[in-house]
Structures are given as structure tokens and as C-alpha cells.
Design a protein around this ligand. Structure first.
Ligand SMILES: Nc1ncnc2c1ncn2[C@@H]1O[C@H](COP(=O)(O)OP(=O)(O)OP(=O)(O)O)[C@@H](O)[C@H]1O
Length: 333
């Protein structure tokens, strides 16, 4: 199937001011500012098919927002090409806007002083949403997102969680084919995050809306997005199924054995000792195809085993290990 979103060797370069130290430096900066180029997005390519839900993940400054801005037509790439629904988003901003929904977690698109229902009405007019489509969406989304009790309240009186639910509902009023969300759960409490995640999964599943969301929060990805695009310092690190992340980054499963008494040194073929004290011993598995039964069968016969726990590394752990390694190798260089 042809992708509905694609990025081909996309790079975005910003020029950032270099600040010189001291008073003299500040005066020089005023008289003759010096800038340096920053590759916010650096040669990134991907293709997304209709109906996918993709998480775009990376640490601060990785270039996530810049990519969303290019896909939504706010910015143009410095080089390379982005295509959304067969169009260049920046050259066709109006047509593009009619087909997509956009939610920026840190910037509201609702009218602050007006009741929420008025924001929806203004959105209907701006997007020229046919009345029957609007009436259906307003009813469905109000129900799905639990907005009824505060529809007539001015937006400035809503809690952050209520506002985010309303933002997402509004972004869907014109039946967009694609929903872009930049940090949709940022600042929300656990309950509100859960509501937003469940809702986005449901919209993706039931309406087939393609979803791309940027986030710092791995749980957003685990619960909404089967596919993950990971970026760091503008570059693409990983693009694939969340389930393949472990293989790609070589994260290993951990086996913890609990003995009835202090076991001394424990040798386990196919695993590497990795700490443990008292009655506990921990191992990193070599992932050489041995089953747990085979591994344990190789234990000394007199080992008095009481319990066995196997930990699959979560994506959080995998990514933390990766970034940690990068910081360490960066320091060593
Ligand atoms: N308008 C701009 N002018 C200059 N530099 C910019 C501009 N916008 C972003 N940058 C720089 O580009 C890089 C990527 O920024 P971007 O906001 O895309 O990252 P991000 O992954 O969304 O980060 P965060 O999670 O902190 O929002 C950063 O170094 C940032 O300082």
C-alpha cells in the first residue's frame, strides 16, 4: 500500500546564536552576532501507511517537534522531501490542514475565554465541516471523552486533563485522516494519561485514523503505538515494531534465581552472572535459543532453588541503556 506520509532524506537546519562570554562578548554579540548551524533533523527517511499508529520518540532537542512541524506544513525542510496524503504540506497548507488534525500538548488551540462548545463551533466554521458530520462527531467525541459536564465552561477554567481531552476531540471534529500529536500527555496525571491513551487507541482502531505522536513517555508508545521511530540528535536510531527493539539494541533478559540458602558461586551455562546477594543471584541471558528449562537443568543438582523470575527488558530500560551508553562513549571520546 502506498504510504500516506513519507519523509525522504529530510534535513532541517536552524541557525542558532553563539553567545560569547563576559560583558565584552555580549557587546560583540549585539554588534556582530555569530551563528552556527544546528541540524535539528538530519537525513531522516520513513514511510507510514494509512491506519498505522506510530510513536516518535527521543530525548529533549532530538528533533521531534521540528519533524511534526514539517509534516503539518508549519516549516519546510532545508533539504529532502516530506509528503502527506500525496501533497507537499507546506506548499498546500490549507488543503493539508483540512485532512489532518493537530494537537500540540504545550500550546492550546482552544479559545481561552470562550466556552468549549464555542471553540468547537468556530472549528466547524473554519474547517467548513458539514453540519451532519459535525453533529455526529460532536455527540460521539463528547461521549467518548467525557466532555458533557464542562462543554459550556470557559476553556480557561478547565483542568489540564479536561483541556487535553477537549483539544483532541476538537482536532477530530472534521474527520481528519491523520492525527498528529506533539506530546499529548505532557503534564497530565496518571488518570488523565490513561484516558487519553485509551481514547487514541480507540480512534485508531475504530475509525482507522492514522496517528503519529511524539512523546518522552514510553508508556504512550507501549499503549498506543505498535511502531516506534526513535530519534536522537536529529538522526534516526530505530524504526520498527516495538517488539523488535530488544533485538536491535541487544537488550538481554534477566533471570533471577532465589535459593533456600546462600548458594555461593553459581554457574549457569548460557548466562552471565550479573550481581545478586544473600539468597538471590541474577543473570543476563545470552539469548542463544536455550529454553528456561534447559538453563535450569544445567544448574548444580544440589542447588536448592526456591523461586525463578524472568524479566523481559521494558522499552524504558532498553532506551535508558542505549542513551546511557551514548553518554558514556561521548564522554570517553
Ligand atoms: N526555531 C528554531 N531556531 C533555532 N533552533 C531551533 C528552532 N527550533 C528548534 N531548534 C533546535 O533544534 C533542535 C531540535 O528541536 P526540537 O524542538 O525539534 O526537539 P524536540 O525533540 O521536540 O525537543 P523537546 O522534547 O525538548 O521539545 C534543538 O537543538 C532546538 O534547540
Amino acid at each position: 500500500m502506498a504510504p500516506i506520509i513519507s519523509a525522504e532524506h529530510v534535513t532541517k537546519v536552524f541557525r542558532q546564536r553563539v553567545r560569547r562570554p563576559g560583558l565584552l562578548g555580549s557587546l560583540r554579540d549585539l554588534a556582530a552576532p555569530v551563528t552556527r548551524p544546528v541540524n535539528a533533523v538530519d537525513d531522516i527517511s520513513f514511510a507510514i501507511a494509512a491506519g498505522e499508529a506510530v510513536g516518535y520518540l527521543g530525548p529533549n532537542g532530538a528533533g521531534k517537534s521540528t519533524m511534526i512541524k514539517m509534516l503539518t506544513g508549519i516549516l519546510a525542510p532545508s533539504s529532502g522531501k516530506v509528503m502527506v496524503l500525496g501533497r507537499h504540506p507546506q506548499a498546500n497548507r490549507v488543503e493539508n490542514a483540512r485532512q489532518i488534525g493537530v494537537v500540540f500538548g504545550q500550546r492550546t488551540q482552544l479559545w481561552w475565554e470562550l466556552p468549549l462548545s464555542e471553540s468547537f463551533e468556530l472549528h466547524r466554521r473554519m474547517y467548513r465541516v458539514p453540519s451532519e458530520v459535525f453533529a455526529r462527531n460532536r455527540a460521539d467525541l463528547t461521549e467518548m471523552m467525557g466532555l458533557a459536564s464542562f462543554l459550556e465552561r470557559p476553556v480557561r477554567h478547565l483542568s489540564l486533563g479536561q483541556r487535553m481531552r477537549a483539544e483532541i476531540a476538537m482536532a477530530l471534529m472534521h474527520d481528519p485522516k491523520i492525527l498528529f500529536l506533539d506530546e499529548p500527555t505532557i503534564g497530565l496525571d496518571v488518570v488523565a494519561k490513561d484516558v487519553v491513551r485509551k481514547f487514541l487507541s480507540r480512534i485508531n482502531r475504530e475509525r482507522g485514523t492514522t496517528i503519529i505522536l511524539t512523546t518522552h513517555d514510553l508508556q504512550d508508545i507501549e499503549e498506543i503505538c505498535p511502531r516506534l521511530i526513535m530519534v536522537d540528535e536529529g538522526k534516526l536510531l530505530f524504526d520498527g515494531a516495538v517488539a523488535d527493539l530488544r533485538a536491535r539494541f541487544g537488550a538481554r533478559r534477566r533471570l533471577v534465581l532465589e535459593f533456600s540458602r546462600e548458594p555461593g558461586f553459581v554457574h549457569l551455562a548460557g548466562a552471565e552472572p550479573d550481581g545478586g546477594e544473600g539468597h538471590l543471584r541474577s543473570f543476563l541471558l545470552n539469548d542463544d535459543g536455550r529454553s528456561l528449562v534447559e538453563l535450569l537443568a544445567a544448574l548444580q543438582a544440589d542447588a536448592d532453588l526456591r523461586d525463578v523470575r524472568l524479566h523481559e527488558p521494558g522499552i524504558e530500560e532498553i532506551i535508558r541503556t542505549h542513551y546511557q551508553r551514548r553518554i558514556e562513549t561521548g564522554r570517553a571520546a
